[in-house]
Design a protein around this ligand. Structure first.
Ligand code: GLN
Length: 253
């Protein structure tokens, strides 16, 4: 399962995004409301990335339940940001539970998260992994499907491919190589966010000045819109575009 979110908009504290809402990411770590894809709680790690200024993001991640970390709640209360990407993790069976396996993955201005599973791991990914520089494979954050997905997206970003295309291409190719995979990705540079829905839920809420994309609504207030399966969303704080993903990007099992 895993739950993730990205917020872009006027400054908010991390606490307002992660802890205060009635069905916040904190609560989703022990009582998620949408459990499709198996798993019951998201206690195998968490991570938060935010932008303290114009520079690169700061990332904090741990291989423990978010509720058991003594630092993050204090940090969240005093940290304001205009952009945050955060995730709580339910490790896929057999995959490592270490700090490096928790999203967000990052390089430069980028923050990345994956909610889902690559079917047939790792064999199904051998042909795609072979397209990456060996160095990238030797320096994966973790031997998990999500870390490899990040390496595939990052490889395209480094080559100057637009974020939307880097994500779409990666999802399409992985879905073709590993049918039935669940590939809800999130990518942001602090100004723009790109998200996909392949096999997991994603909801969207906008105000005139902000956008929030989240695996599940964090309250019962009006304004949430569920993004259908098989979509690619590109959002800034004030704009949202959505289109269907090409290829065999259908709901997994
Ligand atoms: N398969 C990924 C991992 O193990 C993501 C897990 C998830 O979405 N539950 O980290």
């Amino acid at each position: 399962m895993c739950r993730h979110l990205v917020y872009l908009g006027p400054p908010v504290t991390l606490r307002e995004v992660l802890f205060d809402p009635p069905y916040s990411l904190l609560r989703q770590s022990w009582a998620p409301r949408d459990m499709r894809g198996g798993g019951t709680i998201n206690a195998d790690g968490f991570g938060v990335g935010w932008y303290p200024g114009d520079g690169p993001p700061v990332r904090y991640r741990r291989a423990q339940p978010i509720w058991s970390d003594p630092t993050i709640a204090d940090l969240a209360a005093v940290t304001s940001t205009t952009a945050v990407l955060a995730a709580v993790r339910s490790a896929t069976v057999g995959m490592a539970v270490i700090d490096g396996a928790a999203a967000p993955f990052t390089e430069g201005r980028w923050l990345f998260s994956h909610n889902g599973v690559v079917r047939g791991w790792p064999d199904s990914m051998v042909p795609l992994a072979a397209e990456l520089p060996v160095r990238d494979l030797l320096t994966l954050d973790a031997t998990t499907d999500s870390a490899l997905l990040w390496a595939l997206v990052r490889h395209r970003l480094r080559a100057g491919v637009a974020p939307e295309q880097a994500v779409a291409e990666t999802v399409t190719r992985v879905a073709a190589a590993a049918p039935g995979s669940r590939l809800n990705l999130l990518l942001t540079d602090g100004h723009t966010a790109v998200a996909t829905t392949v096999g997991h839920a994603l909801s969207l809420r906008t105000t005139p000045a902000s956008v929030l994309l989240a695996s599940e609504p964090h309250d019962d207030e009006p304004g949430w819109r569920e993004v259908p399966d098989g979509q690619l969303v590109r959002a800034t704080a004030t704009t949202v575009r959505q289109r269907a993903l090409a290829g065999p990007c259908t709901t997994g099992t």
